[in-house]
Ligand binder design. Sequence first.
Ligand SMILES: [Zn+2]
Length: 395
Amino acid sequence: MTDHITAPHPSQPSAENSDSPARPGLSRRRLLQGTAAMGGLLAFGTAVSASTAPAFAATVSRPDIISAESWGATAPSGSLSRIDRRPGHLVIHHTTHENASDFSDEAAREVARLIQRNHKTNGWADTGQQFTVARGGQMLEGRQGSLTAVVDGTRFIEGAHAYGFNDQSVGIEVDGMYMSDLPTDAQWDSLVHLSAFICERYGIDVDNIIAHRDAPGAQTLCCGDAFYAKLPALRKEVRSALAHGVDAGPGTSRDYPTVRRGDEGDAVRRVQVTLTGIGHQPGAADGVYGQATEQAVREYQSAIGTGVDGVVGPRTWGALATHHAAGATVRSGDAGTEVEYLQRGLKASDGADLATDGIFGEQTQAAVKGFQSSRSLTSDGIAGPNTWGALKSAR
Ligand SMILES: [Zn+2]
């Protein structure tokens, strides 16, 4: 068995690998490399000692990762093992699924559900890998708890993606089969962003981004020959992202400039990717705001019931940034994905000076109150149906 062709992760045994100690065969050289990687985290400006949760990353904006809860994960069938230290490696996989041409959010969610079903059938407690990048570029949480863990940056949920190496690494499954084809452009961009974010949060040395085939003891062609040849390019782009920041998605205020016909750049591309995910047809995610993109923006604005002008300004950005939110009522003291969506929406629509850290503190409460007053809503600082409605409908 040399690849994932017949089933996801056939190179792994059927038993969950969570509780196994470091694989006896793990070489001393690897262990030393791991130690070097930990030393390397000192080179990152935002990384601090593992005993303290780092401040929100300054350079790499938090990617828009769809939580397992949001894509409809079923409960793990057994207990998941949390490791209270940082992983030293990031392992890249391909799923070997057919290269689908449905780039929608729904297709991404379905892939996440399919993987979970398959991996549970393998006898694993939950999805094997920590994260997934779908064909449309959507990033999704895999093994439950992984999103919260990486944001915290001091721990990880042990996966089942690289046998014998699961207690040393986190894994990303890039959906598709890449022996001769390559991931889509949207997938590549998301992979760079997600990898940079993971490396920054965990202080993983970029040289320790490896393909599954290069994990100790692995007997697989994963992540496919064509994709494998691109790993040096991936490391180079991640290194650049860590040095210069990533402007790939809603997460910081600079990601929400007003864009219109004739504009070009990452913000335009993010509009295109998001609209495609929602089911509109803005054309290729090429970062060029042409006629098809304008038409798709108009259709979106019409659908959410706001003024239709074909220009993505603060209110339309606010709707896009909160698109994935379920709209649960959140208030001071709450934390989690819904709070983060709320913060993004407030930043995008009101320019609120707010960390998108998913923690509902005083700043978030003040921003909610300000937003509510500006929309003539009851200014109680609690984000309920009316506040979400105003954000998601761009009113
Ligand atoms: Zn693999």
